[in-house]
Design a protein around this ligand. Structure first.
Ligand code: DQA
Length: 145
């Protein structure tokens, strides 16, 4: 049976084409969706991809994942650095959760050096662009096995 997972993306990731080219290159949100869909098909994973700029909506999705024991790949975007509410929701998850970032936040501004999420997920993959998502799908599959 195909593993199901949710891929959750936080604020401003839908507008990558307008963001810092030195960190995100030419990657668009559509590229993220395509890369995930392609890799998921290869790995026979059923991945549902969502994006929101709204903290409350993301928290509701995490509650839904907790209630249904759904594994998560999560790019919390800027919420990574300060949302204790999202961290508290991640703590309640019952299936594995992998944090991903396109860029490497540790090589950017100092406020990005803190992740309030990293300490409550199974692992973090950062700095590999679209490959961060592809690697996360592989890692998640191993964790769920
Ligand atoms: C990001 C890194 C965050 O610091 C930033 O706020 C983002 C994207 C990344 O994928 O590299 O919006 O999560």
């Amino acid at each position: 049976m195909a593993m199901k997972c949710l891929v959750l993306n936080g604020p401003n990731l839908s507008r990558l084409d307008l963001r810092e080219k030195n960190y995100y290159g030419e990657i668009t949100y559509q590229d993220i969706e395509e890369a995930i869909n392609k890799e998921a098909a290869t790995l026979q994973i059923e991945a549902e991809i969502r994006q929101s700029n709204d903290e409350s909506e993301i928290i509701s999705w995490l509650h839904e994942a907790a209630d249904n024991k759904i594994p998560i790949i999560f790019n919390p975007a800027a919420f990574t650095h300060y949302s204790y509410a999202i961290r508290d929701a991640v703590v309640m998850l019952k299936a594995p959760c992998i944090e991903v970032h396109l860029s490497n936040p540790l090589s950017r501004e100092e406020f990005r050096h803190t992740s309030v999420i990293s300490g409550v997920v199974d692992g973090t993959i950062a700095g590999f662009g679209l490959d961060s998502y592809r690697l996360a799908l592989r890692a998640l599959q191993q964790l769920v096995k």
